[in-house]
Ligand binder design. Structure first.
Ligand code: HEC
Ligand code: HEC
Ligand code: HEC
Ligand code: HEC
Ligand code: HEC
Length: 458
């Protein structure tokens, strides 16, 4: 097969506007690729595993090989997205569209909706080897909504020139080394034209994007070894780890916190102000990123006096618009659109901030609230008509939160220890419990903590 360059962005962009004849000569991408490639054009991961052993075993453990079969994906697609798409014309596109990223082979084959994971169809291959390694470029100017261009066949796109394989041809394609490659699925725009997933855009605006440190550098770091059993020894084989929010080890310490009091001594009844500084020190995008609609990341501060009595400290309000969504409430309800989708009249909603033992009213939540067409918080990113203030942790930036504490008159004299801790939950627990999602998906994960002390005088 002749070598071919990634489709130039400009040419691809005109194809959208020119329509007609030109559009037909341009490879189909995004929504237009629905039903254009039968399953049989793609090889199964098992066909690659016999030679690319380590890469195959790594990929099996990564979420992208389970993007269609994972329990929560199955529940959200079949119990919320599909019924909603069948009921409301505005969101009808997601019945097929979710699969463009989660079950791309089924989308390309036009197998919509795919059979559930238990049926064992090729939809289950999720984001597979042959899907990624036959992507030649993307269509348009911004990578979004699976607008990659696929050319299945004997030629596998890879990062290196001139490699020889007994099973296939290889072609060096710099597109695979770019963040835009990942952005084709890691940016998502909904029917209201909002970027409801923007990991690549967050990265592009941040210090890592500006420095050219791409997604692959952190999620596919290089190690010496062979990429195939019969391949040559290389100093820098790209590891297919792709671990993120589903790896407690990746999350551990991913955000840091330090806390200090404004004075080291106080009398009972005095007011002491403490400042906690929180830093996203390790991610190349915001935390949370991607599925931000369902994540909860919060800062909890507690003081313990010399007799071991504990007091919870509520965060000081900053007064920005939408701040109410970022301060934990024990009573606020949200997610009422789940009732609309499931046809439950007068559904009151579910606890907005979940039900976590490690959270108390007044804790700061770092989040981007997604609002449905009625202005209520939603975990249905496809049903998002507006956002409130983006109060997530930007990469390599710090946020200072203050806590003004009136030391109780009966607090014990002696040292008091104030601890600030960060916790994370992948899916707001109230929603997880209500929809029967296994607890491993929503149980809180400890991220980090730090403690400081000051003296309560007699
Ligand atoms: C019979 C063994 C064999 C099978 C099966 C096989 N490959 Fe390969 N592949 C190789 C060898 C050997 C190389 C060259 C490795 C080297 O020289 O370091 C290679 C190279 C590659 C490269 C280029 C890597 C680079 O650094 O640019 C990609 C991409 C690739 N294979 C993908 C696949 C995919 C996807 C499948 C399954 C659809 C597959 N391979 C199946 C043996 C195989
Ligand atoms: C999500 C997309 C994606 C999936 C799924 C994927 N790969 Fe890759 N693969 C990449 C990218 C991107 C690179 C190049 C990274 C770089 O060099 O920056 C790569 C690199 C490779 C290489 C060359 C590694 C090196 O450094 O020499 C081989 C071989 C390969 N992949 C095979 C496979 C096989 C086999 C599977 C399935 C078991 C697979 N890939 C699944 C995206 C993917
Ligand atoms: C500097 C290293 C670094 C870079 C660059 C980077 N990431 Fe990450 N990524 C991380 C860390 C650390 C985490 C774990 C924290 C988390 O889940 O938010 C993470 C998490 C993720 C998650 C899970 C996020 C969530 O909240 O569910 C996704 C998806 C992801 N990265 C994709 C990408 C993509 C796509 C790019 C490129 C556009 C990228 N990453 C660039 C380090 C990086
Ligand atoms: C064909 C679409 C597609 C492409 C291309 C793609 N991803 Fe993903 N990625 C997904 C989907 C879908 C998920 C969600 C999996 C799930 O359901 O949990 C995901 C999840 C992830 C996660 C999160 C894992 C976790 O623990 O939560 C990381 C990290 C990630 N991808 C990194 C990358 C990187 C880096 C690239 C580029 C080299 C890339 N992806 C390219 C579709 C894609
Ligand atoms: C443009 C690509 C794209 C589309 C379209 C898309 N997703 Fe995703 N989805 C992703 C990526 C990428 C992730 C991982 C993000 C992360 O971990 O931060 C993800 C994560 C998820 C998760 C959460 C898994 C987890 O990490 O906790 C669920 C559930 C999910 N998607 C369901 C859906 C449903 C249902 C639809 C259709 C309404 C849909 N997705 C449409 C790319 C997409």
């Amino acid at each position: 097969m002749p070598a071919r360059n990634p489709v130039p962005a400009l040419l691809a962009a005109c194809a959208f506007t020119a329509g007609g004849a030109l559009a037909q000569t341009t490879p189909k991408a995004g929504d237009e690729a629905l039903g254009t490639q039968p399953y049989a054009r793609y090889e199964r991961p098992a066909a690659c595993a016999s030679c690319h052993v380590d890469i195959a075993r790594q990929h099996e453990q990564a979420m992208m090989s389970q993007a269609y079969t994972h329990h929560w994906d199955e529940i959200e697609y079949f119990e919320l997205a599909v019924p909603h798409a069948e009921k409301v014309a505005k969101v009808a596109g997601v019945k097929a569209g979710c699969n463009g990223c989660h079950a791309p082979l089924a989308f390309l084959a036009g197998d919509i909706p795919p059979k559930p994971p238990s049926a064992g169809t090729r939809a289950n291959e999720s984001v597979s080897c042959d899907l990624c390694h036959t992507i030649v470029g993307f269509h348009g100017e911004v990578p979004v909504n699976f607008n990659w261009i696929t050319e299945p066949g004997r030629v596998k796109q890879g990062p290196r020139p001139g490699l020889v394989s007994p099973h296939h041809e290889t072609r060096e394609n710099p597109f695979l080394r770019s963040a835009e490659f990942c952005g084709t699925c890691h940016n998502e725009m909904d029917a209201w034209g909002l970027y409801v997933k923007s990991t690549h855009l967050e990265w592009r605006e941040g210090p890592h994007g500006r420095a050219g440190i791409v997604c692959q550098d952190c999620h596919m770091p290089p190690a010496p070894g062979r990429s195939a059993r019969m391949g040559s020894e290389l100093p820098d084989v790209r590891q297919h780890l792709f671990h993120g929010a589903h790896d407690p080890g990746k999350l551990a310490g991913v955000a840091e916190v330090r806390i200090h009091p404004e004075a080291r001594e106080a009398e009972p009844g005095d007011t002491v102000r403490l400042t906690a500084v929180v830093v996203n020190a390790k991610a190349g995008h915001k935390i949370p990123s991607g599925s931000a609609e369902e994540r909860v990341l919060w800062l909890h501060v507690e003081a313990k006096d010399a007799r071991g009595r504990t007091f919870h400290l509520a965060v000081d309000s900053k007064g920005f618009p939408g701040e109410e969504y970022t301060i934990a409430s024990a009573t606020a309800l949200a997610y009422q659109d789940i009732g609309d989708i499931r046809g439950i009249p007068d559904f009151p909603g579910l606890k907005r901030d979940g039900t976590y033992a490690a959270m108390a009213e007044g804790d700061r939540i770092f989040r981007l609230p997604y609002l449905d067409p009625q202005g209520r918080m939603t975990i249905s990113q496809w049903n998002t008509a507006a956002f409130s203030t983006d109060y997530r942790l930007a990469p390599l930036a710090a946020v200072a939160e203050t806590f003004t504490w009136k030391v109780p008159g009966d607090a014990a004299a002696g040292p008091v220890t104030v601890t600030a801790s960060l916790h994370y939950s992948r899916l707001v627990s109230s929603v997880g419990e209500y929809l029967g999602v296994p607890a491993e998906e929503w149980e809180p994960i400890f991220i980090n903590d730090h403690a400081t002390t000051f003296e309560i005088l007699d």
